[in-house]
Design a protein around this ligand. Structure first.
Ligand code: SF4
Length: 64
């Protein structure tokens, strides 16, 4: 899901797609599709850096 209020958050700290092992710069994911609604029924057509899902896995290469 994507929470609009978190779009301007510090993406280097927190459980965001940006810090996830599966995130592909700048708006894709290796395992979650861009198309289709999220749990809130919202369709953005993208994997936003400030998004999150239950498969989140920390990317140790990124600073936390
Ligand atoms: S949190 Fe989920 S949607 Fe986001 S990059 Fe990770 S696996 Fe993909």
């Amino acid at each position: 899901m994507e929470i609009e209020n978190l779009a301007k958050s510090d993406l280097n700290s927190g459980y965001f797609c940006y810090d996830c092992l599966y995130f592909i710069e700048d708006n894709d994911c290796a395992i979650v599709r861009q198309q289709g609604p999220d749990v809130n029924g919202k369709e953005s057509g993208t994997i936003a850096p400030h998004g999150i899902c239950t498969l989140w896995t920390p990317d140790e290469k990124k600073a936390h």
